[in-house]
Design a binder for this molecule. Structure first.
Ligand code: G3P
Ligand code: CA
Length: 311
């Protein structure tokens, strides 16, 4: 276990289950969630997706069993308006069919094999029971893990599906997840986060950013959607603007192997009362570096590695 500086970890001591009474949610569950977010968070990226096919129940079950603080999942809408958890815009990479996800109904998607690709791509982690793993709905994930698990949900297709936020918030409200302090909503789209905020201002939001060079050979970094300037020129005012609606910022660490953020970026965000979560970190030296910088959480495909490092 690290570290060269104290790591604020709530792990174990405030494991998710202990935040809730046996009678269910409590009035201050969201406050408890916000308190927990002050400590280091292990965020299982698409489940334990280094060990099992991403966005399938086996991946989330593993992440849950490994002790992740949050199960990270991407939300999109099917042709018949159902919310499914899926990353890519097309189904080519992770199923046995092709084409845009939004062209398929839920029934069509759930007839596909969303697991065998993983065995072929990851022979060291292949398992026969991954074959035929299904695309799942948000409801199915909630059915499996309930309100005593925390979910870090990304609105992935917000610009293509204008009703996505409303549908998502309806589902989360009906299932009692927001009041349970069980949900963070994340997006690269500020508009999407503002929409969520307008529906329910209580749900904690995280603004995702992706920094990359403005042109080949350039040292100047820009942000994908323009939500902030590059880290080199970002100001307190830029962070304050995000803090108006979000509790945190979720950033990439690298672009093509080169770091795009540094410790100063992390400290400046935190000085403006934003938690800093960094995606997607799978190798232990990078995890150690980020912990040393004092980040508040890491998205990883290998939550077991990060749990071992931080608890
Ligand atoms: O949500 C954080 C991270 O997952 C964003 O990247 O492409 O894996 O959704 P992506
Ligand atoms: Ca994501």
């Amino acid at each position: 276990m690290l570290t060269t500086r104290p790591l604020r970890t709530l792990a174990g001591a405030l494991a998710v289950a202990t935040l809730f009474t046996s009678s269910g949610t409590s009035a201050n569950s969201i406050e408890q969630q916000l308190e927990a977010l002050q400590y280091f968070q292990v965020i299982a990226h698409r489940g334990a997706s280094g060990h099992a096919p991403e966005h399938t129940l086996p991946a989330w079950q593993l992440a849950h069993d490994m002790g992740a603080d949050y199960l990270e999942l991407d939300i999109q809408m099917t042709a018949d308006g159902r919310l499914v958890v899926f990353h890519d815009e097309t189904i080519d990479r992770t199923t046995n069919r092709e084409g845009p996800l939004r062209d398929y109904t839920l029934a069509e998607l759930q007839s596909l094999d969303a697991g065998s690709w993983f065995n072929q791509a990851n022979p060291n982690h292949a398992r026969s029971d991954f074959e035929g793993a299904r695309v799942v709905t948000l409801d199915e994930v909630i059915d499996r893990f309930g309100t005593q698990t925390r979910y870090y949900i990304e609105t992935k297709s917000a610009e293509r599906d204008p009703t996505l936020e409303a549908e998502l918030m309806d589902t989360l409200s009906e299932r009692g997840l927001i009041e349970a302090g069980a949900v963070v909503i994340q997006s690269f789209s500020q508009e999407s986060l503002r929409e969520v905020e307008s529906i329910n201002p209580d749900v904690p939001l995280v603004q995702l950013v992706w920094y990359y060079p403005e042109s080949e050979d350039s040292d100047t970094l820009i942000e994908w959607t323009g939500v902030t300037p590059g880290p080199g020129t970002i100001t307190d005012a830029d962070f304050e603007t995000i803090r108006e609606y979000a509790v945190g910022i979720g950033s990439n660490l690298n672009y093509q192997g080169d770091a795009v953020i540094d410790e100063a970026f992390v400290k400046q965000a935190q000085a403006n009362d934003l938690r800093v979560h960094v995606y997607t970190i799978n190798d232990i030296p990078a995890m150690e570096q980020l912990i040393d910088w004092g980040v508040d959480g890491i998205f990883t495909d290998f939550p077991d590695r990060l749990v071992r490092l931080t608890r």
